[in-house]
Design a binder for this molecule. Structure first.
Ligand code: B12
Length: 214
């Protein structure tokens, strides 16, 4: 059976092959970030998760693959020095304790692609520091990511505290758990739960349209 493109990418990640993985992505016919993340990066990492869960690969293999994935994500999109200031601002962080940041990094990258100024804080940012940064930056949108159940209890507090900031940012809640559990009780109508990349893109497009019309 022919192996899928996502599987090819997963193999390159697992081989620790930085150069080939980057080359593989760069030669894809559609360089749209959403397409690359949805059709290649996300399924490749989910495959690695399945192999790990089934003991077909070791923790070391998974760490190596994660490192290559992270490298390719960082190298793929060159940051440009811009003269004009971007108008819309967003910040992205993982809840305290949460180490799964690759999905958040993809979301951050999509916002950047769509012209937002973003700040990406990566893994495990304690609420007090998130709050301090948000007070300084005054982002319109704050994206939170959570993948592991034992990191969930703090979600409610993050959403409640950040949504009450003086500039009333929109709180987006994403991550692996959003597809698996009902997070409404944690979000309590003070944020928006986003289950996957398609929903994220839809939300973004609608938000921009409303902003233009307003
Ligand atoms: C890589 C990885 C790790 C890496 C993380 C590296 C990193 N820097 O991100 C490391 C080694 C640190 C790790 C650690 C652990 N992991 Co882990 N990990 C994975 C793995 C293989 C891939 C994660 C990933 O990158 N997925 C790809 C991304 C793109 O998908 P995503 O996170 O779902 O994000 C998408 C959407 O959710 C959304 N999204 C995400 N965030 C946000 C935010 C916003 C605002 C929006 C709008 C959208 C959005 O967009 C993304 C794009 O598609 C998964 C397998 C899996 N199925 O995901 C296991 C997995 C999540 N891990 C698991 C486990 C058990 C752990 C550990 C507990 C292991 C241990 N015993 O130590 C620890 C916990 C660490 C912690 N405290 O957080 C389990 C969880 C099982 C469960 N029942 O909860 C999984 C499912 C593996 C498995 N099959 O068993 N892990």
């Amino acid at each position: 059976m022919a192996i899928s493109e996502a599987e090819k990418l997963a193999r390159l990640f697992l081989e620790g092959n930085h150069a080939e993985a980057l080359h593989f992505i760069r030669q894809q016919p559609d360089q749209n970030r959403m397409v690359l993340f949805k059709d290649l990066f996300t399924p490749a990492m989910y495959m690695i998760g399945d192999l790990w869960e089934n003991n077909e690969i070791s923790v070391a293999d998974e760490h190596l693959a994660t490192g290559v994935c992270d490298f390719v994500l960082s190298r793929l999109f060159q940051v440009s020095v811009e003269e004009t200031k971007r108008e819309k601002r967003a910040m992205f962080l993982c809840l305290q304790g949460e180490q799964h940041y690759l999905g958040l990094k993809m979301i951050n990258s999509i916002f950047e692609e769509k012209g937002w100024e973003t700040k990406y804080y990566g893994a495990s940012l304690p609420l007090e520091y998130a709050l301090k940064s948000a007070l300084e930056m005054k982002p319109e949108v704050i994206g939170l990511s959570v993948s592991i159940v034992y990191n969930l209890p703090v979600l409610k507090n993050y959403v409640r505290t950040l949504s009450a900031l003086p500039n009333k940012p929109v709180i987006l809640v994403g991550g692996r758990l959003t597809e698996k559990y009902d997070l409404d009780p944690y979000v309590n109508n003070q944020g928006i739960i986003i289950k996957n990349l398609q929903q994220a893109e839809k939300w973004l497009d609608e938000y921009i349209e409303e902003r233009i019309n307003a």
